[in-house]
Design a protein around this ligand. Structure first.
Ligand SMILES: *Cc1c(COP(=O)(O)O)cnc(C)c1O
Length: 494
């Protein structure tokens, strides 16, 4: 039975459902399983399973206090017709690599993979733990989590959701998706600041005991839909297992053959899920971590020093514009031999001086990782070349990964079969994509450009874009970064 402990050592071990309810541990640490379970079925058996069946087998060992009936119901309600393909997460073979398309959910980014199920895991946890309070989901977003969480939690009984996004740091379609969100329990606010400011503000509110008491006195309790919540991480392991099993089923790989995984990375949640899959026994060779110009992680893997003291760059891959990758804390804890003390010391240094250096011993445990980055020009060039060579249009985040993979291949000559996590539909970033293809018309808005992109690609415009073209704006709050707590109070009528 897996229990969850804080990466900083405080508090008691809690069950999966309690960890999901809390989001963040009380000492500011992240919940971590007391052991990583092995895959409960053989790869061959997985290759015969649907996405939903795989989801049950992979998640069950982590969510061991959920009954079979509860977990199966969560899965059934999550991975249904909200996805525009029965495969849920199909693989596209393009120029010898496999793009794992994680953008077929309601909000056309990979966040849907976990946020379609998190509300169900959360409401089940509420019932299991006899929680009487209303759950307030507090979320910072670099653009995609916000909408996916809003869509998941809208009108879910017993919950309210409040999302903060960087006012000038998301694409026009991302912003429109959020500010047109319906639902009586949804609140959205832009902040004058970047994603790190939003995430810090949210973490500060979580750590504020007085605020917590005020909430409790009024029948509320906070939780998180960010990837710091273990309920986000666990569902993300599923698609790596399923992708491998699909390749095996189609005879593209042999049983046990190692495969590389390339992940465009921001908060380090998606690639950490791949790392967990590997630790469960999935034959993953290299975990290739791709960054944009905010290349803190590239520098970290190269030098062993994490240093966020640098300029924050706004790029065409805004969901990766992050200097403090929260989930890296879980990897640090793991390579510190699950020493909460070592991890806490480093995290204290991060918060006081903005940097830390890991030991040689810890660095040796990072051999499976390879860090790379792509600048803006390289990213655009990659979109153009993949389209030019294969007629396949990728979004800027996926292009960062694709470019880093090309660099990796050039450098290492590694011929291992490779899966690239394709994290967003190009329709979410139409202007950047059309610009990269040399077909941007600056007089047209992003929706008109979506029509042009449709002409070019022949791929149907997703409902996620069609549905907001003319939708009314329902949220127009904008605040300073130090006003976030006040906004939360106002949303809750406190
Ligand atoms: C969130 C996001 C990422 C980064 O994922 P992390 O889990 O934060 O590393 C990459 N691409 C897209 C499109 C995203 O929405």
């Amino acid at each position: 039975m897996v229990k969850y402990i804080s990466t900083r050592g405080g508090g008691e071990a809690v069950s999966a459902s309690e960890a999901i309810l809390k989001g963040l541990a009380e000492d500011g640490g992240l919940f971590f399983p007391d052991h990583i379970p092995a895959l409960p079925k053989s790869l061959k058996e997985f290759s015969e399973m649907t996405y939903q069946e795989t989801a049950y087998e992979v998640m069950q060992p982590f969510l061991s206090d959920y009954t079979e009936e509860e977990l199966r119901a969560c899965i059934r309600n999550a991975y249904d017709a909200k996805f525009d393909t029965e495969a849920v997460a199909p693989l596209a073979c393009v120029d010898g690599v496999y793009y794992l398309e994680l953008f077929h959910g309601a909000t056309i980014a990979f966040k849907d993979m976990a946020l379609s199920i998190l509300p169900h895991l959360m409401t089940t946890a509420v019932n299991k733990n006899h929680v009487k309070n209303e759950i307030v989901i507090l979320t910072a977003t670099s653009g995609d989590t916000g909408k996916a969480a809003l869509a998941g939690f809208a009108d879910v009984k017993g919950t309210k959701i409040i999302v903060f996004y960087p006012k000038n740091g998301v694409s026009p379609i991302q912003e429109k998706q959020m500010v047109t969100q319906q639902g009586n329990n949804t609140f959205v606010a832009g902040i004058h600041g970047n994603f790190d400011d939003a995430q810090n503000g949210v973490k500060k509110i979580f750590g504020d005991q007085e605020f917590g008491k005020l909430m409790a006195d009024n029948g509320y309790q906070l939780s998180s839909a960010n990837s710091i919540n273990i309920g986000r991480l666990v569902p993300q392991i599923v698609y790596y297992v399923h992708a491998y099993a699909q390749l095996l089923k189609e005879g593209k790989i042999s049983d046990g053959e190692p495969v590389n995984v390339v992940v465009p990375t921001g908060n380090f949640g998606n690639i950490l899920a791949a790392c967990f899959a590997k630790n469960m026994g999935l034959p993953i060779a290299k975990l290739i971590c791709a960054s944009n110009e905010n290349k803190v992680l590239f520098d970290f893997f190269r030098t062993g020093v994490y240093d966020r003291n640098r300029e924050f760059v706004l790029t065409s891959s805004p969901s990766m514009d992050i200097l403090i990758s929260s989930n890296l804390e879980r990897l640090i804890y793991l390579i510190a031999g699950c020493s909460a003390k070592k991890n806490s010391d480093l995290m204290m240094q991060l918060s006081s001086s903005g940097k830390y250096q890991i030991s040689t011993e810890m660095r040796e445990k990072l051999q499976d990782f390879y860090g790379g980055y792509a600048d803006e020009a390289e990213t655009a060039k990659t979109i153009a070349s993949v389209y030019g060579d294969c007629g396949y249009i990728i979004d800027p985040h996926t292009a960062v990964a694709s470019c880093v993979y090309s660099k990796y291949q050039k450098e290492t000559k590694d011929e291992t079969k490779t899966v690239i996590a394709s994290t967003a539909s190009p329709y979410k970033f139409t202007r950047s994509v059309m610009k990269a293809l040399g077909k941007e018309d600056s007089k047209k808005d992003d929706f008109a450009l979506a029509d042009d992109l449709h002409e070019l690609s022949g791929v149907k415009i997703p409902e996620a874009v069609e549905g907001i073209r003319t939708a009314p704006i329902l949220h127009d709050t904008v605040c300073e970064k130090d006003e976030m707590a006040d906004v939360v109070k106002r949303c809750l009528g406190l």
